[in-house]
Write a protein that binds this ligand. Structure first.
Ligand code: NM2
Length: 544
C-alpha cells in the first residue's frame, strides 16, 4: 500500500468531517432531524438570496467570457482538432453531470409544481399547469449548466493551455491565492469541496435507491423496505467497485454507452407510444414560458412571503435555491471532467456547448417524461397526484412508467437505467474524491483509496435513508455546499487572472503560449510550435 502518495491532512480532514456529521445523525435520528431542519431554515432564510445571485452572476459571467477575447483561446495547440467529436463530447458531458436523479425528477417534478406553484398562483389551477411543465426545465436549464461550467474554465485552461494537470480545486485557485494553497488553506478548500460532493452524491443516491427499490418491487413483488434499499445501495457500490478495482476502464465506458442508448430508447418509446402531440406542444410551449420569464424565475424570492395575502409557499427555498446548491456541490467535479474532454476546443465552444447541449438534454427528459405524466393527470387516465399522496413519489414514478405499453418491460428498462446511472455516478465521484486526497495521481488514483471513498459515499445516504424525508436530504447539500459559493468566485477570478496575463504577454512576445481562434478563423498564421516549447521560451512569471 503506497501511503506516501496520500495527502493525509485532506484525507483525514474530509473523513472526520463526514463521520462527524453522519454518526450523530444515525445515533440520534429524532434530534438530528430537528437540528438539520433548523440548520436548513437558517441557511436558506438568511443566505438563500446569495444562491440566487450566484446563479445569475455565473450565467452572465460565462456569456461574457464566451464572447470575449478570453473565449477565443484554444484549449490546445494551434490547428489541433477537438479530441472528441461533438456528439460524443456532448454525450459524455451529459453522462458525467447527470445521474439517476434526472429519471426521478423528470417524471415527477411537475406534480409538485402543479400542487404548489410559485408567484401566488392558485394550486392545481389552469395557470399552475403551465408553470408545472416549464419550471423543471428552468431548474435543469442554462443557469444550472452555467454553474457546472464555471470550474471547467480554470481547470481546462491550466490543463491544455498552461499544460499543468490540475486535479484539485485548491490547485485551480493558485493564481489568486498563490503559495498559500500549499498550506492548510489549500486543504480546507479541498475538504469543503469533498464534503459538498459527498452531500450532493448522497442526495442522488438517497433519491435513486427508493425509486429502484419500487421498480424491483413492481417487477418481483418483493417489498421495497429498508433492507432492500440497503441491498441496492451495496449492490451499486459493488458493481462499480469490482469494475474500478480490476481497472476496467472499458467497463465504465460500456456502462456509459449502455446508459446513453437506453436513455434514447426510453425517451423515443415514450414519445412515440405516449401522447406525442401533447408532449411536443407542451414542451415547445414551456420553452416560450421559460424565455419570457427567465429573469422572473431566476430572481423569484417570494419577497412578501407571509406579509401578502398569499399563503407563504417557501417555493424558492424548496426548489430554486435547493437546486442551485445541488448543482453547485457537483460543479467542481463536473468541471474537472468537462475540462478533461474539451481538448482542441476553444473556451467559447466549451462554455456554450456545455450550456446548450446540457440544457437540450434535460429538455428532452423533462419534456417527454414529465409531460407524459401530466397528460395522464389532465385526462384522468391515471390520477398521479392521488396515487402520490397515498404511495409517495418513488412508487408513483414507477407507476407512471407502468402505464406505458409493454409496461413490465419498460419498468425493467427504466430500473436498469437507474441502476447504471447510479453506478456511474458512484464511479466518477469516487475517482475524483480519491484523486483529490493524493499528492500525485499516476494514471489512476490508488485502488484502495478509490474503494475507500466509494464506501464512504455509501455512509451518508444510508444515514439519510434511516432519517427519511426529502427535507433532510436537501439540507445535506445546502449546508455542505455553502462555502463553495466563495470558491466559485475564486475559480472565476483565477481564470480571468491567468488568461488575461497570457493574453497581455502574447501581445508582447512571439510566439505566444496561447492560440486565439477567431470566429471566422482569419487571424494571422503563426509558425507552428507547441505551446509547451513556447512556454519554455517565455520569461518566468511567478504565478506560473
Ligand atoms: N444535479 C444535476 O443525480 C444526479 O443526477 C447528479 C444532480 C445536480 C441536479 C446530479
Amino acid at each position: 500500500m503506497k501511503t506516501r502518495l496520500i495527502d493525509w491532512p485532506t484525507f483525514i480532514g474530509a473523513f472526520i468531517l463526514l463521520l462527524g456529521v453522519t454518526i450523530p445523525l444515525i445515533a440520534f435520528p429524532e434530534a438530528g432531524k430537528v437540528i438539520v431542519a433548523d440548520a436548513n431554515e437558517f441557511m436558506t432564510n438568511n443566505f438563500g438570496v446569495l444562491y440566487m445571485i450566484m446563479g445569475l452572476v455565473i450565467f452572465a459571467f460565462l456569456i461574457y467570457v464566451a464572447f470575449s477575447k478570453n473565449g477565443s483561446i484554444k484549449l490546445g495547440d494551434e490547428g489541433e482538432k477537438p479530441e472528441f467529436n461533438t456528439f460524443s463530447w456532448a454525450a459524455m458531458l451529459f453522462a458525467a453531470g447527470i445521474g439517476s436523479s434526472i429519471l426521478y425528477w423528470a417524471v415527477i417534478e411537475w406534480a409538485y409544481y402543479y400542487q404548489g406553484p410559485p408567484f401566488g398562483i392558485e394550486p392545481s389551477s389552469k395557470e399552475a399547469i403551465q408553470w408545472a411543465s416549464a419550471y423543471g426545465i428552468f431548474h435543469w436549464g442554462p443557469i444550472a449548466w452555467a454553474i457546472y461550467t464555471l470550474p471547467a474554465l480554470p481547470i481546462a485552461y491550466f490543463y491544455y493551455v498552461r499544460k499543468k494537470p490540475v486535479l484539485k480545486v485548491s490547485e485551480a485557485v493558485r493564481p489568486v491565492l498563490g503559495k498559500s494553497v500549499d498550506g492548510p488553506l489549500g486543504n480546507v478548500i479541498d475538504i469543503l469541496f469533498m464534503f459538498g460532493l459527498l452531500g450532493g452524491a448522497g442526495t442522488t443516491l438517497a433519491l435513486g435507491t427508493p425509486m429502484i427499490a419500487e421498480g424491483i418491487n413492481s417487477l418481483t413483488g418483493i417489498p421495497a423496505n429498508l433492507g432492500m434499499k440497503s441491498a441496492i445501495m451495496l449492490l451499486c457500490t459493488l458493481i462499480f467497485a469490482i469494475s474500478s478495482y480490476s481497472g476496467l476502464k472499458r467497463g465504465i465506458k460500456v456502462l456509459s454507452d449502455v446508459n446513453l442508448w437506453l436513455s434514447i430508447f426510453i425517451l423515443v418509446f415514450i414519445f412515440i407510444f405516449g401522447p406525442t402531440r401533447f408532449i411536443a406542444e407542451t414542451t415547445f410551449n414551456s420553452l416560450g414560458i421559460l424565455t419570457d420569464n427567465f429573469f422572473k424565475m431566476a430572481t423569484w424570492m417570494e419577497p412578501f412571503g407571509n406579509l401578502s395575502q398569499f399563503e407563504e409557499t417557501k417555493f424558492p427555498e424548496s426548489w430554486t435555491i435547493f437546486y442551485w446548491a445541488w448543482w453547485l456541490v457537483y460543479a467542481p467535479f463536473v468541471g474537472l471532467f468537462v475540462a478533461r474532454i474539451s481538448r482542441g476546443r476553444t473556451i467559447r465552444q466549451m462554455v456554450l456547448g456545455t450550456m446548450i447541449y446540457g440544457t437540450l438534454g434535460c429538455i428532452l427528459f423533462f419534456g417527454i417524461m414529465g409531460n407524459f405524466g401530466l397528460y395522464m393527470q389532465l385526462t384522468g387516465s391515471f390520477d398521479v397526484i392521488a396515487f402520490m399522496d397515498e404511495n409517495g413519489a418513488p412508487a408513483t414514478i414507477i407507476e407512471i412508467i407502468n402505464q406505458l405499453p409493454l409496461a413490465k418491460f419498460m419498468v425493467l428498462a427504466f430500473t436498469v437505467l437507474a441502476i447504471i446511472f447510479l453506478a456511474t455516478t458512484f464511479d466518477s465521484s469516487s475517482y475524483i474524491l480519491a484523486s483529490v486526497v493524493q499528492k500525485k495521481v499516476e494514471g489512476e488514483p490508488l485502488r484502495w483509496n478509490r474503494l475507500f471513498w466509494a464506501f464512504s459515499l455509501c455512509i451518508m445516504p444510508l444515514a439519510l435513508m434511516f432519517l427519511g424525508g426529502l427535507d433532510t436530504l436537501q439540507t445535506a447539500s445546502i449546508v455542505g455546499g455553502f462555502p463553495l459559493i466563495f470558491i466559485m468566485f475564486l475559480l472565476a477570478w483565477s481564470f480571468m487572472k491567468a488568461s488575461n496575463t497570457d493574453i497581455r504577454a502574447s501581445d508582447d512576445y512571439e510566439p505566444s503560449t496561447i492560440h486565439i481562434e477567431r470566429w471566422k478563423k482569419k487571424g494571422k498564421k503563426k509558425k507552428k510550435r507547441s505551446a509547451l516549447e513556447a512556454l519554455e521560451d517565455k520569461p518566468e512569471d511567478d504565478e506560473r
